[in-house]
Design a binder for this molecule. Structure first.
Ligand code: ZN
Length: 313
């Protein structure tokens, strides 16, 4: 019988980062510029170590290579997903990601990037940059050439508990005050379209205008279809509530008050605890924990008060 695998997160300091990952999530990390907690990651820029059991101290990338059976033998040379918590004290640059085909051709065989966000917290009346207002590719290129950023960039109202899918080709940016759980393909390929004309060490950061124009979808999908309200749980307490499914991942929200017992129907499941505490199969869990339920664990019993985002392939 396999054990649940707990992970030691990797932290990133960013000019736009804050201190909520320490002050709110309790991670022991110094600095006022902590932008990202890579909770479940097997990437060359961040590779989590296993905390417990017979694999303690091993890197997730190594476990993926040497113990495919833990992951249901789904195949592939890279661990497929990357789970982050992001704390933005300042606006992030406006960016877009390529799909697999474009990244393979133009980024040395890298994967593209599809990502999604669950809004853990944000200010009242907040908005995010999702999509743009150009009606065609040629209008998009013209607006970019004219530096008509105000006209081009689309801001959509977003609330705590919302879920947002960011397909490749979608212009997007996290804004100041947002705390977000990101589930994404295991890739880091990002094209920066606009950085609010800010300077970093006296210079503007590099933009990738041509590649951005190449990959941005025009027109963008409607504002109404861009945000899913995931806050209603009345009918689905103590169950895995499916939030979204695409070719790269399935994402669920789970809110347990009392007990939830379920069968692991997937090759493996990734969990990040966002609120509360309790036990999973008799082991203590609390806010900020990230763990993997491997293939050999068939029944899962969670007790206590626990709010989590889960995902699988
Ligand atoms: Zn992104």
């Amino acid at each position: 019988m396999e054990e649940i695998l707990f992970l030691d997160p990797v932290f990133k300091h960013n000019i736009w980062g804050g201190s909520k990952l320490r002050d709110d999530f309790g991670y022991q990390i110094d600095g006022e510029d902590i932008g990202e907690c890579w909770g479940i990651a097997a990437h060359e820029n961040g590779d989590c170590h296993i905390k417990n059991g017979k694999y303690a101290g091993q890197k997730l990338s190594q476990l993926w290579k040497e113990h495919q059976e833990l992951f249901g033998n789904v195949g592939g040379d890279k661990f497929p997903l990357l789970i982050k918590i992001i704390d933005a004290k300042d606006d992030l640059s406006i960016q877009v990601h390529p799909d697999d085909a474009y990244a393979k051709l133009n980024e040395g065989g890298s994967l593209g990037k599809t990502e999604c966000w669950y809004v853990i917290d944000c200010p009242r009346d907040a908005s995010l940059v999702i999509g743009h207002n150009a009606s065609s590719k040629s209008e998009l290129a013209q607006m970019i050439e004219d530096k008509d950023w105000k006209g081009l960039i689309r801001q959509i109202p977003v609330h705590k508990g919302d879920f947002i899918q960011i397909n490749p080709g979608t212009v997007h940016a996290i804004k100041a005050g947002f705390l977000i759980l990101e589930t994404q393909q295991n890739s880091d390929v990002t094209y920066r379209l606009y950085d609010y004309d800010r300077l970093s060490n006296g210079k503007p950061r590099e933009l990738h205008i041509d590649k951005s124009i190449d990959v941005i979808n025009a027109p963008a999908i409607s504002a109404k279809d861009s945000v899913i309200d995931a806050s209603d749980f009345n009918s689905l307490a103590n169950q895995l509530k499916p939030l979204y499914e695409c070719e790269y991942y399935k994402v669920f929200k789970m809110e347990v008050q009392g007990k939830n017992k379920f069968k692991n129907d997937y090759p493996f499941m990734l969990f990040s605890v966002l609120e509360g505490q309790g036990q999973i199969n008799g082991r203590d869990i609390k806010k900020g924990d990230h763990f993997i339920i491997p293939s050999g664990v068939e029944m899962i019993e969670i007790e206590g008060y626990v709010e989590a985002i889960a995902s699988t392939v």
